[in-house]
Design a protein around this ligand. Structure first.
Ligand SMILES: [Zn+2]
Length: 101
């Protein structure tokens, strides 16, 4: 892959650019907090959680489809997800917590 800051070639999945020392992906300034909106996630889960929409929003498409097909795991899975988001323990595809905004 290519460093987004200095455009030099770096190892795939590198956390830090060896050329310009910029932090990439995991370990950026935002730490383990997702850029995604917590308010959006909880609203999506509340109104359309049975369709797995909050998983699509989190970037976990496969999990979203699975939840869509099981209709929110007969609501139990949906309820657990809703509680997880309420507690700000819900993670996105990058393993970062969705808890801001
Ligand atoms: Zn760089």
């Amino acid at each position: 892959m290519v460093c987004p800051y200095c455009k030099e070639e770096i190892a795939d999945g590198a956390i830090k650019c060896k050329h310009c020392q910029s932090m990439l992906g995991a370990g950026t300034d935002s730490g383990d907090v997702s850029d995604r909106s917590w308010v959006a996630a909880i609203l999506l889960c509340f109104f359309a959680g049975g369709l797995g929409v909050h998983w699509f929003y989190a970037g976990k498409i496969g999990t979203g489809i699975l939840q869509l097909l099981t209709f929110g795991g007969l609501f139990i899975w949906w309820l657990i997800d809703f509680i997880m988001i309420c507690m700000k323990s819900f993670k996105d595809i990058n393993g970062k917590y969705i808890k801001n905004g």
